[in-house]
Design a protein around this ligand. Structure first.
Ligand SMILES: CC(=O)SCCNC(=O)CCNC(=O)[C@H](O)C(C)(C)COP(=O)(O)OP(=O)(O)OC[C@H]1O[C@@H](n2cnc3c(N)ncnc32)[C@H](O)[C@@H]1OP(=O)(O)O
Length: 220
């Protein structure tokens, strides 16, 4: 990485010192627009992540904003928790920029919502539209004209073919493939490796090839 460039880039705070926080820091350390200033965690358990210091718990948010850090990112994999953390960062006065790994590809006319993160080798096709706080994880493909609504997560290696719509807070699991034009309902979970051929209603979990709802389990 060009360390001269690192000194001039604007600083960004990362909220979350877990596994997804590590992935976000790796994205930032690969270069690009933002310089990681530090990490804050709800319950800090480590002193640093990838060499970036953990500065304390969320009580530090307002002082760090006052100290001149203007941007932050909620680095939390769980969709609901990430959305809630994004709201806390906005309330503390931080901007939530889009994070792009230098190796990702963004197609012409694609629109990316605030706080979204596009990881290494992910591809966003032309005129795809992503809402706020969307994750397009390592090597995932969101093809042309897809719509991915707020807080959804397209996991590593998943493929949304052209014109797919993914609802708010849904998870498309690692390596899943969604047929062109299919709609995934809000809050639904697509199992790792699934092939989704037909629309999935809101709030259900499907898995397998072709994807089917998981059988109901008796209450524990
Ligand atoms: C960087 C990152 O890591 S990002 C993280 C991305 N996350 C993912 O990709 C995770 C996606 N999640 C999954 O695939 C999960 O297995 C889920 C959500 C589909 C199911 O999870 P759970 O509800 O905990 O189900 P559980 O593991 O108990 O399995 C229930 C049954 O479904 C089957 N099953 C679970 N997942 C799958 C799957 N992906 N494909 C096919 N069958 C599956 C199990 O074999 C089991 O079958 P059985 O009852 O005949 O034994």
């Amino acid at each position: 990485m060009d360390t001269t460039k690192a000194e001039t880039r604007p600083r960004i705070l990362v909220l979350g010192a877990g596994g997804h926080g590590k992935a976000v820091l790796d994205l930032l350390l690969a270069g690009g627009e933002w310089q990681p200033a530090g990490v804050v965690d709800a319950t800090p358990r480590v002193a640093s992540v990838l060499g970036i210091p953990v500065l304390g718990d969320e009580a530090r948010l307002v002082p760090l904003r006052a100290a001149g850090i203007g941007a932050a990112h909620p680095a939390i994999g769980h969709n609901g928790h990430r959305t809630a953390a994004g709201a806390r960062l906005l309330a503390a006065g931080f901007a939530l920029p889009v994070l792009r790994h230098p190796s990702c590809v963004i197609g012409h006319g694609a629109a990316l919502g605030d706080g979204s993160a596009i990881f290494a080798r992910a591809v966003i096709g032309p005129e795809a539209r992503l809402g706020r706080l969307v994750l397009v994880n390592t090597g995932a493909i969101v093809e042309h004209d897809c719509i991915v609504e707020d807080g959804a997560h397209i996991a590593p290696g998943a493929v949304l073919a052209g014109g797919v719509r993914v609802g708010t807070g849904a998870l498309v699991g690692a390596g899943a493939v969604i047929r062109p034009g299919v709609t995934i309902g809000a809050g639904s979970i697509i199992g790792a490796g699934a092939a989704v051929l037909t629309d999935v209603p809101a709030g259900v979990t499907v898995a397998g090839v072709p994807a089917q709802p998981l059988p109901e389990r008796p209450p524990a």
